[in-house]
Design a protein around this ligand. Sequence first.
Ligand code: HEC
Length: 176
Amino acid sequence: MRISRVMVWLSAVFSMSAVSSEWPTDLAVSPSAVNMTLQPKVVVNSGRLEWAPFKRDLTRWPSLSHADKQPTPKPRKVMLEEPLNGDPIRGRELALAREKGYCIVCHELPGEAWPGTVGARVLNFKQHNYSNELVFQQIFDSRAFNPNSVMPPYGTFGILNEQEIRDLVAYLQSLD
Ligand code: HEC
């Protein structure tokens, strides 16, 4: 009885070390290209995925890995100089663009398909009567209001520049 338990334990240890010594075939991060992620591509009618390089260099982005010693940029409070001078049409494009704001992945936006449900529904936004400055800060770095926010700090992390955030504020404030 005892011996068989030890055998089970030993075989578990050995099979674990065998697995960890080689990379899984569908690994999302290439061990040879540190900080360059790969993105999955469906191979049509095969039931398989291929991993293609994700082109963007994510070196500046801190990850959740214990090995990543890069400090996370601190939350930043910003002032908005009025007039806003934002372009609401460009703002809508930014809100839908995967490479830019991609706000739709978390927020429902009026008339747009496939919204996410992580953030609040952003419909009739103008009715909140928020100041431009508050909305600008929310997009620039939402951690100023909520330290545990899951919304990306677009300004602090340099994902969107100041004019792009102005365009987004103009777009949201135009939703009545
Ligand atoms: C990863 C999910 C996520 C993404 C992407 C995201 N948000 Fe948010 N957003 C949230 C969450 C969650 C909240 C609720 C407040 C908080 O937790 O900070 C929020 C709150 C807001 C608010 C405040 C709403 C209110 O009525 O108080 C605004 C405005 C906003 N987001 C705009 C945007 C814009 C514009 C973008 C794209 C540039 C965006 N969000 C991208 C998750 C997200």
